[in-house]
Design a protein around this ligand. Structure first.
Ligand code: GLC
Ligand code: GLC
Length: 652
């Protein structure tokens, strides 16, 4: 019955499509629309079915998909078909990513194009170029406050530069990842300007209120995201003479997705960037898409419906394009962004593994893997055709978002443990060489997060200041250890630009009034390419890190069991300093790799006779795939160097 409703609506819509659309060759489009329309209709109905203009909005939705399909360049249409035929292509271990700001990395988009050889030198074949859309001079939140969704920010280039970059990347088989900031716009965006000028159509693109009644109700249950710089979730706009919801900074206005016009605009923008050559779109702050009084306004059911609908519509127009969910939320919530109730991901194919990231930093600080082991157990199994983005650092702060119950199970008191981590990374703890900075300190509840470059957090800055070779070795070892984890865990590893060279904190942001209040800028570096030449000079820190990562990446690409098919088993061992897991093949049971990481600075031992099938093979020869060497084994006891790791396999 229900399907008939959706079919008859589809017929109506197709009959009503403007003639310039219906004249085109839309065979593939119609096939995909037919296949997805039932789902699209059901979702659109659930979100907007109560409205009088539902049918008109549904027509607009289909028109948007059709128009963007017509505009989609043939080269991308061919890639769509290739990827439909090989739909698990992105689960392969061959992908290794890097996230970067184009200006910090190489000046602008042309600079990035000129440095594509650098990615290939290192083995990176997926580049997340951080927000490139137009944003205000000052209040930009690093590009996440967009003032025009269809233009490239002139400070980093033009649409033509982007197009040249995308073409060149495609020729080199490097995937392009672009951001679409779906949750909010800058207050300088045209929609916000019109809302300010009093246009009710555009005021309804946002959540605006004439007095505090509704905002006060929301505030009772909404946490604060940037408590230091932008306390509260609403901002009074003088010009509009209304309160507007601003969950992040006060110049970032939250979009109102209960208005279907907003949904359709954003779908159009997503497809627009798909047509500009993005292979993957990173959807920013997706947990926040739906606001409900009485809730935290995060992870609401409707936020998931919106993402499912965006995905279904994208499948019709640009099916080769994947979504990354940027949802830095609790472990049991994050897996839902792959889609629920479905074998195949129906929301975002890829999600940031913030849980693993934060747990790795816990292990680095505590020098043991107790919480890491416990926390990974709470990480839900993901769907098929879905994968994690595994990272150690990114452009944002490190949030200590572990479950309190996991902290307790690991043997700590949650509040004290979080305080310890904060003190440790901000260098207040006597035993710590970390040079992090606090971020987002909330005076009301004592919460805070951590900024700092990877190298400075693991003590490289301290070691170099002291001129201490041993500490330098330990810091380099820690950098490699963290990367060995994101490269082997299962998922797409995402390096952060500069980390491959041991980039330290950059304090220059403190001189810039637009940045000074936001410590995340300390880890958004400008690469010094002369210094980066050191990567070719044996003995330098840059060389040690870069050459090791280069090797790690190329070895990863050869290890089939590192592809992500839910083929990992965590192995709990007695030695608390060690984190151990096994990667195996679903097709060839004889293929396995045992990954062992030592988070302590001193050598640790592992009794191999306690490690499942690795115990029984008395005569087998073990080899560490990364170094190519046989590891140190004394009787059945394996020795793992301080901050060392192994990717062990058996050779006949
Ligand atoms: C393609 C292929 C995959 C390729 C990728 C990048 O559809 O299936 O092997 O490397 O997408 O274009
Ligand atoms: C995301 C971005 C972050 C930004 C926020 C608001 O979390 O990663 O940098 O501040 O969204 O757009």
């Amino acid at each position: 019955m229900y399907e008939q409703v959706s079919h008859s609506l589809l017929n109506d819509i197709l009959n009503n499509l403007k003639t310039e659309i219906s004249k085109q060759d839309l065979r593939h489009f119609y096939t995909r629309l037919g296949a997805n329309f039932y789902a699209i209709h059901s979702l659109f109905e659930r979100l907007y079915g109560h409205r009088d203009d539902f049918k008109t909005q549904a027509l607009r939705l289909v028109e948007t998909m059709a128009r963007q399909y017509i505009q989609r360049p043939d080269v991308y249409k061919e890639i769509d078909i290739e990827r439909e035929n090989n739909h698990n292509w992105f689960l392969s271990q061959k992908w290794v990513g890097m996230a970067l700001y184009s200006n910090g990395f190489a000046g602008d988009l042309n600079g990035v194009r000129e440095h594509l050889g650098y990615f290939q030198e290192l083995g990176v074949n997926l580049a997340h170029i951080m927000p490139i859309m137009r944003c205000p001079e000052g209040h930009s939140d690093g590009g996440y406050a967009v003032s025009n969704f269809r233009e490239v920010d002139s400070r980093i280039g033009s649409m033509e530069d982007l197009s040249k970059l995308a073409d060149e990347m495609r020729l080199r088989d490097i995937l392009l990842v672009l951001d679409v900031v779906v949750n909010h716009t800058s207050n300088e965006h045209e929609w916000a300007q019109k809302a300010r000028a009093g246009d009710p159509v555009y005021q309804n693109y946002y959540y605006t209120f004439e007095n505090r009644n509704v905002p006060d109700m929301f505030e009772q249950s909404m946490p604060e995201i940037f408590p230091e710089n932008s306390p509260g979730n609403f901002t009074w706009d003088e010009e509009m003479e209304r309160w507007v919801m601003t969950v992040f900074n006060n110049f970032q206005w939250d979009l109102n997705y209960s208005n279907p016009a907003v949904f359709i605009e954003m779908l159009d923008i997503i497809l627009y960037w798909a047509n500009k050559g993005a292979d993957i779109l990173r959807l920013d702050a997706v947990a926040f898409l739906w606001k409900k009084i009485g809730s935290t306004c995060q992870n609401e059911r409707e936020a998931h419906l919106i993402l499912q609908l965006l995905k279904d519509c994208c499948q019709v127009t640009a099916p080769g394009v994947l979504f990354i969910a940027e949802a830095i939320v609790a472990p049991f919530e994050v897996a839902k962004y792959f889609g629920e109730d479905a074998v195949i991901a129906k929301e975002c194919e890829i999600a940031y593994n913030a849980t693993f990231m934060a747990l790795l930093w816990d292990a680095m600080a505590t020098k043991n893997a107790k919480l890491l082991n416990q926390g990974i157990k709470s990480l839900p199994v993901k769907l098929e055709r879905a994968t994690w983005l595994n990272y150690a650092r990114c452009h944002d702060d490190i949030g200590l978002g572990f479950d309190d119950s996991d902290i307790q199970l690991a043997g700590y008191e949650p509040a004290q443990h979080r305080k310890f981590l904060l003190d440790y990374y901000t260098g207040k703890f006597s035993d710590s060489y970390a040079r992090g900075l606090p971020f987002g300190h909330n005076e009301k509840n004592g919460d805070a997060r951590i900024s700092g470059s990877l190298a400075s957090l693991v003590g490289l800055q301290h070691a170099l200041d002291e001129g201490n070779p041993q500490s330098t070795e330990a810091a380099v070892g820690s950098i490699l250890l963290l990367h060995s984890m994101i490269l082997s865990f299962g998922g797409i590893p995402l390096l952060y630009y500069g980390d491959e060279l041991g980039q330290l904190n950059d304090y220059s942001y403190q001189e810039d009034p637009n940045k000074a209040g936001d410590s995340r800028w300390v880890h958004r570096p400008t690469i010094n390419w002369d210094k980066a030449e050191n990567r070719n000079m044996p003995g330098t820190v840059e060389y040690k890190i870069f050459s090791a990562l280069k090797r790690m990446i190329s070895v990863r690409k050869e290890i089939d069991v590192f592809a992500d098919f839910n083929n990992r088993t965590l192995i709990e061992v007695e030695n608390p300093h060690l984190f151990v897991f096994e990667r195996y093949s679903l097709i060839k049971p004889s293929e396995q790799v045992l990954v062992i990481a030592n988070f302590d600075g001193k050598p640790q031992h592992l009794d191999l006779s306690t490690v499942g099938r690795w115990a029984t093979n008395k005569h087998a020869r073990l080899v560490d795939l990364y170094s190519g060497f046989t590891p140190d084994i004394f009787k059945k006891t394996l020795v793992v160097a301080g901050f060392g790791f192994y990717w062990l396999s058996e050779v006949a």
